[in-house]
Design a protein around this ligand. Structure first.
Ligand code: SF4
Length: 63
């Protein structure tokens, strides 16, 4: 799977990081950093939780 973030939509509220901190990290600079754009399959459920949690529809998963 491939994770794509639309940073123009993202408001850095870290809800995705709560769901899957292995992939999403909001840092002290108040910006979202994608730690792994091709996460392993065992993380799929939590990446999908992050997609559902995002109020800005800023996360897309391909594959
Ligand atoms: S949940 Fe959405 S808006 Fe919030 S930090 Fe993650 S991608 Fe950005």
């Amino acid at each position: 799977m491939r994770v794509i973030i639309d940073l123009n939509r993202c408001e850095s509220n870290a809800l995705c990081m709560d769901a899957c901190p292995e992939v999403f990290e909001v840092r002290g600079d108040d910006r979202l950093h994608l730690l792994n754009e091709s996460p392993a399959e065992h993380l799929r459920e939590r990446v999908e939780q992050a997609v559902r949690a995002c109020p800005k529809q800023a996360i897309r998963v391909d594959g």
